[in-house]
Design a protein around this ligand. Sequence first.
Ligand code: SAM
Length: 245
Amino acid sequence: PGVLYIVATPIGNLEDMTFRAVRILKEVDLVAAEDTRHSRKLLTHFGISRPLTSYYDHNQNLKGNYLLERLQGGESVALISDAGTPCISDPGYQLVRDAVAAGITVVPVPGPSAAICALSAAGLPTDSFVFAGFLPNRSGKRREKLASLAGEQRVMVFYESPNRLLATLTDMLELFGPRETVVARELTKIYEEFIRGSLPSVISNLDGRQIKGEVVILVAPDDAPGAPPVTAVPELLRRCLEEGL
Ligand code: SAM
């Protein structure tokens, strides 16, 4: 059988493409991409003209079988996503799992991932951490999930969309208390920014601003575990700001 390559691509800055990624993408028989139009631009930029096919959340079953057949027929396939590392809050997990079960060799071609990129420069402890991915969109489910993470003793790394950022940070303040937090925005791009501080000060920094671009949220563990949960956010926010926390 052929080889399935899991190839990371840049999360903004095209200079982060690796030499190996370019070589593998030039050599494979087929490139499977989340969004073929988006990826065609990237491939063209690097002079890569291999055939592209789509592999995304809603065609995974059908497309997965097709890709496995081609792999079993001896062809090599590279999986890429719109940005960063496939399978990390992106499609790919099921394909890798099925390929492993079918005895196909799976080779990672590492590169950028927003979570590790954010963590590396956040200034929070890095010895052990939890990648929590995306929280549920709906407030009720999101708060349930956050409540279940409140006792976590490691740094937590979340992906979030810019339009939910403030609502999520506010829910975090309520369920976690005034923890040390970093919002990493537009990583590797022109407007890259790290907003660091306690949850209340990060919230007040962002409040009223129109947040654009992509964001990663990192939350440190509680310094004083066992503190009672906070119920009144506006009151807590006011107190923290008054005390300069
Ligand atoms: N597979 C990707 C990776 O390895 O990072 C993640 C894909 S996920 C669908 C997209 C999310 O990743 C965004 O909502 C954001 O939270 C984060 N992200 C991706 N690129 C980013 C960037 N340049 N700056 C900040 N966050 C980014």
